[in-house]
Design a protein around this ligand. Structure first.
Ligand SMILES: [Zn+2]
Length: 233
């Protein structure tokens, strides 16, 4: 479940990311009644097994069974909640076409929410890793080692979001960032999901990396994410 909207007096339109059919919008009848048979199964963050009846404009949810109630592990913690909300919003924006299969995006989102609930990796690194990987799946894989313009092997000193990553001294554009020594390797480890390497980064490196991830995401999404404003960086 990504998002819900009120519809009429008792219903909601639910936006879902599905394993096989990408992003889908469907109506949940009666979900806002206090006696609703749906309980919390159709809330954001919940991973459910659904049955839909095809409708003329919107499908209707006929059955829902909870697979993983991520809301329980996320809703009670402010940092997780804000980071998780950014993940849902990103998934919705990157699965651009309704009913266009987006299996990798689906698996990344479920994996990211699971890692966040497990709590072994910090919320910040889980979010940054998820954002980099979902952008890569969408076709915008950043380069954190080789020069994003000429391909010259790194490490390089410069980084530019509009060019897609690291830049060598020759290709560097005015206005490129010059991150600290460990930041680009840290971003590479986040993209690769190399958690032992991620854990070695100090607070300053993490903060700088998070700033670059946010800038990279904002560059590729037409409008920025509303939910990003609430994440402490
Ligand atoms: Zn270059």
């Amino acid at each position: 479940m990504l998002r819900t909207h009120k519809l009429g007096e008792a219903d909601r339109i639910i936006t879902l990311l599905t394993r096989q059919h990408g992003r889908v919008r469907a109506v949940a009848r009666g979900v806002r009644r206090t006696t609703s048979r749906w309980g919390s199964r159709l809330e954001p963050f919940t991973h459910v097994d659904l049955q839909l009846a095809e409708g003329r404009s919107l499908d209707t949810i006929t059955q829902a069974e909870t697979l993983t109630p991520f809301a329980g592990g996320i809703g009670g913690d402010y940092d997780r909640y804000t980071a998780g909300t950014v993940m849902l919003e990103t998934a919705e924006r990157l699965a651009t076409e309704e009913k266009e299969p987006a299996t990798q995006q689906f698996l990344l989102l479920v994996g990211g929410l699971r890692a966040m609930c497990a709590g072994q990796i910090g919320t910040g690194p889980v979010l940054d890793s998820y954002l980099l990987r979902s952008l890569a799946v969408a076709g915008w894989a950043p380069s954190f080692d080789g020069c994003a313009h000429c391909g010259l092997e790194g490490p390089h000193r410069w980084f530019n979001v509009s060019m897609g990553g690291a830049l060598c001294t020759t290709c560097r554009l005015p206005g490129s960032a010059s991150p600290g020594e460990g930041t680009l390797p840290h971003l590479g480890a986040l993209l690769a999901g190399d958690w032992p390497a991620v854990a070695e980064a100090d607070a300053r490196t993490r903060r700088e990396a998070s700033g670059l991830v946010s800038a990279y995401l904002a560059w590729h999404l037409e409008r920025g994410l509303r939910s990003m404003a609430y994440v402490e960086r």
